[in-house]
Design a protein around this ligand. Structure first.
Ligand SMILES: [Cu+2]
Length: 314
């Protein structure tokens, strides 16, 4: 079944695949068996061969058999499922921790040193514990190649998954819980690297690179791409879940504040508030509660860069 030379993508592949194959095997056995019996009965008990039907009234022996046999079979399936699942519930103490933020509609990953990325980078052969934080609604983190999937429940404590990536490569990662219009945008990759490569990657903090190379405008745009603003806001005037950013700077917008409708001019203060407290002023014609606060997710510098970028969106 498994060739030992091929390293599996994670430490959980074997356990999950065994449970899957056992269940598939049992199902297949019954599919073939029942179909064969049905076909045989059509032949053996048709009207020509068996003109008078035999009436059978109860059979304790049969009833015991068809209770005990399925019970044993379900317990076998349960046993293999349990074997595969149990180690997933116990993360090793020395695991590297990464916090995964899920929100409508993107994932972002925060490492122990504060670095953030929109792709999950991991070192090979080191246990990693992903702390899962859902910022708005239910999401589910799924990495098929690693055979791991875990619901991300808002406000749930100790919401995590762990595993050991065992093979260098790029693997798909996505949200497996329908979480609204652009659910399919919640799609990213896990990049597993040799430990040395990972260490130099992680030491290089985005902030330093950004300050050195990129202008505030370019940085602002990149921050917005990484954190997923464009899932809801277009640049070309198209109305998505949120208003378009086209020509936003200095424009006069009608917003609903509490019960009162008023006009505001888009300035620094307004943009900052829209990001940190989006539901204070709700743009007329849009729904409250869809955009959740980025407080703690974006720094003052990020906001300043975003503002610089938004000034340029004409
Ligand atoms: Cu989702």
């Amino acid at each position: 079944m498994y060739s030992p030379e091929v390293t599996q993508a994670s430490n959980f592949v074997q356990g999950v695949d065994t449970a899957f194959l056992v269940i598939l095997g049992i199902s297949f056995f019954f599919l073939i068996g029942l179909t064969a019996v049905m076909i045989y009965f059509i032949y053996r008990y048709n009207r020509k061969r068996n003109p008078v039907a035999t009436q059978i009234h109860g059979s304790t022996k049969l009833e015991i058999i068809w209770t005990v046999v399925p019970f044993i079979l379900t317990m076998v399936m349960f046993y293999y499922g349990w074997l595969g699942w149990k180690p997933m519930a116990k993360p090793p103490k020395d695991a590297m921790e990464v916090t995964v933020y899920g929100r409508m509609w993107n994932f972002s990953f925060e490492y122990e040193n504060g670095k953030r990325t929109d792709t999950l980078y991991l070192p090979k052969d080191k246990p990693v514990k992903l702390n899962l934080v859902a910022l708005d609604v239910l999401h589910s983190l799924y990495i098929p190649a690693f055979r791991v999937k875990q619901d991300m429940v808002p406000n749930k404590e100790n919401n995590f998954m762990w595993f050991v990536p065992q093979r260098v490569g790029t693997y798909e990662l996505y949200c497996a819980e329908y979480c609204g219009l652009q659910h399919s945008y919640m799609y990213s990759y896990v990049k597993v690297m040799e430990d040395s490569v990972f260490q130099s990657f992680i030491a290089d903090t985005t902030k330093v690179v950004a300050a050195d190379i990129d202008s505030p405008i370019a940085t602002g745009k990149r921050v917005m791409q990484n954190i997923g603003c464009f899932a809801c806001h277009s640049l070309d005037g198209t109305k998505l879940v949120g208003p378009s950013f086209k020509g936003i700077w200095g424009a006069e917008h009608t917003v609903v504040t509490g019960n009162e409708t008023r006009k505001v001019t888009v300035d620094e203060e307004y943009i900052k508030q829209s990001i940190f407290d989006p539901n204070a002023d709700v743009v007329e014609g849009f729904m409250k509660g869809l955009m959740v606060s980025y407080q703690g997710q974006l720094s003052e510098d990020d906001i300043a860069n975003i503002i610089e970028y938004l000034k340029t969106v004409q």
